[in-house]
Design a protein around this ligand. Structure first.
Ligand SMILES: NC(=O)c1ccc[n+]([C@@H]2O[C@H](COP(=O)([O-])OP(=O)(O)OC[C@H]3O[C@@H](n4cnc5c(N)ncnc54)[C@H](O)[C@@H]3O)[C@@H](O)[C@H]2O)c1
Length: 275
């Protein structure tokens, strides 16, 4: 269904991550891939794994919070592989969002105390807004002109359930700037949908709840079982989600199956929140 389409997915190198699962799903349906990440080692390993599966893969390593670095990398990618049909702005998170943190595995990074507006460190605020919101704005701004030229494009942004409802104080693996940035991603989605509809570009968003990516697993491993079970009990489907369940929605949004859907945020959260 995606044969002949080129998909660029940011933050797709981590084999347990949502971006990786989306890239894999799109490639299984025929798309050729441009995968980007900050982590050069994981990126090289993922390229090798994907190529062994017969996928066509181009990789680009850059820090998506740095506009100049992102601009050079995207311009080079467009020169090397040509225009992009599907853009998945997946990069984000509350951990492993800087070069220093890349040195740690998910297991080594411990959830910190809840960081709200009153106790957030200013640098961390900027870092989290950059990686979760500015990243999607930067990459979209650089890719959209070639979509406009061809009157075709699918953009999929990644928000979070906390971007829909706010970050509760008892959740130690999230934070206020993360929730605010992810709410910004929902707003960015609506704005782009309004600006790009007449160019036949669909812009949608996915807002996952707790998903068993590396990060979801870390939350499980590092919380005391009682707290973890209390979270699970609050999820109507009584379990955390799998990366596949996010990738399946991304796949639908990337195809023409959802061609009359734009500006929407799809909640993939086991029923934790609905609007
Ligand atoms: N896992 C969840 O429970 C969950 C829930 C809601 C939303 N999300 C969102 O889904 C997306 C993917 O989450 P995940 O759990 O798979 O995360 P992950 O940490 O497994 O993957 C994120 C990827 O982004 C890369 N990255 C981080 N900072 C970067 C930077 N500055 N420049 C380039 N690459 C960078 C990392 O190396 C990693 O490969 C994120 O936007 C996250 O906020 C995840």
């Amino acid at each position: 269904m995606l044969k002949g389409k080129k998909a660029l997915i940011t933050g797709a190198a981590h084999p347990q991550g949502i971006g990786y699962a989306i890239a894999q799903k799109l490639a299984q349906h025929g798309a050729s891939l441009v995968i980007t990440d900050l982590d050069a080692k994981l990126l090289a390993e993922t390229k090798e794994t994907f190529e062994k599966s017969g996928f066509e893969v181009y990789t680009s390593q850059f820090d998506v919070t740095d506009f100049q670095e992102t601009k050079s990398a995207i311009e080079q990618a467009l020169k090397d592989v040509g225009p992009i049909d599907i853009l998945v702005n997946n990069v984000g998170g509350s951990y492993r969002v800087s070069k220093e943190e890349m040195a740690y595995t998910h297991k080594e990074l411990r959830p910190h105390a809840f960081t709200g507006i009153l106790n957030i460190d200013i640098d961390r605020w900027h870092q989290l807004i950059n990686v979760n919101l500015h990243s999607a704005f930067y990459v979209s701004k650089l890719i959209i002109p070639s979509m406009i030229e061809r009157r075709y494009g699918k953009i999929i942004n990644m928000s979070s359930v906390v971007g829909r409802k706010g970050a509760p104080k008892e959740e130690t693996f999230t934070s206020a700037p993360y929730a605010i940035a992810k709410a910004g991603v929902v707003a960015l989605t609506r704005q782009l949908a309004l600006e790009l509809g007449d160019y036949n570009i669909n812009v949608n968003c996915i807002a996952p709840g707790l998903i068993r990516s590396g990060r979801g697993q870390m939350a499980q491993e590092n919380m005391n079982p009682e707290d973890y079970n209390a979270i699970i009990r609050q999820i109507p489907l009584q379990r955390i989600g799998e990366v596949r369940e996010v990738a399946d929605i991304a796949y639908c949004l990337a195809t023409d199956m959802f061609s009359y859907v734009t500006g929407q945020t799809i909640d993939v959260n086991g029923g934790t929140y609905f609007s």
